[in-house]
Design a protein around this ligand. Sequence first.
Ligand code: C5P
Length: 235
Amino acid sequence: MSSAPPHGRVAALVPAAGKGERLGPGIPKALREIAGTPMLVHAVKALAASPMVEVVIVAAPEASVEEVRSLLSQQEFSADVSVVAGGDTRSDSVARALISLPDDIDVVLVHDAARPLVPVEVVTGVVAAIRDGHDAVIPVMPVVDTIKSITEDGQILGTVPREQLRATQTPQGFRREVLQRAHAEVDSSVTDDAGMVESLGIAVHAISGHEEAFKVTRPLDFLLAESIIAKRRVR
Ligand code: C5P
């Protein structure tokens, strides 16, 4: 893509329209509370904690747009926060938020509402790497488990060497035009935005993620998230 690094304003898109079925039935996952505060509020605060992030656009479940708007309007954020209706897939939700980006934004972060405790240094590190000239940047973590590929009936096919494997976190960062091109040209069945950019043949750069940027997926993750918040409060 073009070579001059972007120096304009930074926006963060927050896909928050998932049902969170792995947690069982109930309210949308992004509205579930951690230490008395909805996960989405933690996530928006975590992004706005970076002075680089000036705009946050949340993609909420279609049926909860007004509720999410009212929830976020009761909070003080040091960024302009708006809410749009999300879509049927994560990628649709990101695409809908992308459409409402202000014109003067040239760096776009995409951050899962389900990663509410991402430390500010990860957010800042992703933006800095884009401003250093990378088209796309993702925070990653080493894989700690030994990974097997298996058949549906439980036969082990092999062990995947884990030295080269990394688990991807968010925020993922992009030059605006790179993310827009990916959403215009790539089949949205790819599970993350960086994957869409990779399939255009554009290099994606990895930086170190953080264990506190984990995705809240299963019931046990809420206990972990609450312990992290308690630990931050006593610091
Ligand atoms: O389901 P998964 O954990 O991969 O979802 C990752 C993020 O994408 C979550 O923050 C979820 O709310 C969001 N999402 C969305 N729209 C969908 C499905 C998921 O915004 N239709």
